[in-house]
Design a protein around this ligand. Structure first.
Ligand SMILES: [Zn+2]
Length: 251
């Protein structure tokens, strides 16, 4: 038997009344646990085991799935769930965390990052800013922080009066002195570079206060999404839903 904090990343129904949860924990990384009888009307575990909730759990080790025996809700983050774009963003971040973390491995940095991101979404911060901050932080936690200060090829500090390219496969920004690499690469505007540097240098409260033209935010969104796709080696499935939701949210 053991005790842990955990954030619910995803879940699926099992049999008549059970539910299997994929959990992110600080010390044991990702793990699957079963909440038995949770779908019965009078279950003690009941509504607590919802996606994005932070829980205090007591579990019993078992061969396939560990069994949840006690649940207390640490943070339900109910405000997050009231807005569709925040909810869709929470799914996206959960998927990135699930992909990034190994089973039964220390994962405190990613846990702390996800916890903070959900708190920020719950506080009403713009979901796009939270998502970019999370993507940047996740790459950093995995030891693959995007290079936005120097050229990834010649290591020269980039100056504001030159032109740059964004090359996710090589880890970030590249100057114009080199032939374009065959991998995916796009021009990067100076404003987008500055915003990427803001994500690198500033805390999220300062970033939340920035007033930014929509095209610059869109350029950085595209750049960081491609970077993360490269880090995690595939596209997140939940992005399609998130983009559909955003297409219907008035700007
Ligand atoms: Zn260079």
């Amino acid at each position: 038997m053991y005790h842990t904090e955990a954030i619910v990343l995803s879940r699926f129904e099992l049999g008549e009344a059970d539910r299997v949860l994929t959990l992110l924990t600080p010390r044991d990384g990702k793990l699957k646990a079963i909440a038995k009888g949770v779908r019965k009307p009078r279950s003690r575990l009941g509504g607590a085991v919802e996606p994005f909730a932070e829980l205090e759990l007591v579990l019993v080790r078992a061969r396939t799935f560990d069994v949840i025996t006690q649940v207390a809700v640490g943070h339900a983050w109910l405000s997050l769930r009231e807005r569709l774009e925040s909810t869709a963003t929470a799914w996206y971040l959960a998927e990135l965390a699930e992909r990034a973390v190994e089973e039964r491995a220390y994962a405190y940095p990613v846990y702390a990052l996800l916890r903070r991101a959900y708190q920020l979404l719950d506080d009403g911060m713009a979901p796009g800013r939270v998502a970019r901050w999370f993507e940047f932080g996740l790459a950093d936690a995995l030891g693959m922080r995007p290079e936005v200060e120097r050229c990834v090829e010649c290591d020269r500090v980039l100056e504001v009066d030159e032109e740059f390219r964004w090359v996710p496969l090589l880890g970030g920004t590249m100057c114009q002195r080199h032939p374009p690499p065959p991998s995916e690469q796009t021009p990067l505007s100076l404003d987008a570079l500055k915003l990427l540097r803001a994500y690198r240098r500033l805390d999220i409260e300062a970033i939340a206060g920035l007033r930014l033209p929509a095209p610059v935010e869109a350029e950085v969104e595209s750049a960081l999404r491609r970077f993360i796709r490269n880090v995690l080696e595939r596209e997140a499935r939940s992005l399609a839903f998130l983009d559909e939701v955003r297409a219907h949210v008035p700007a």
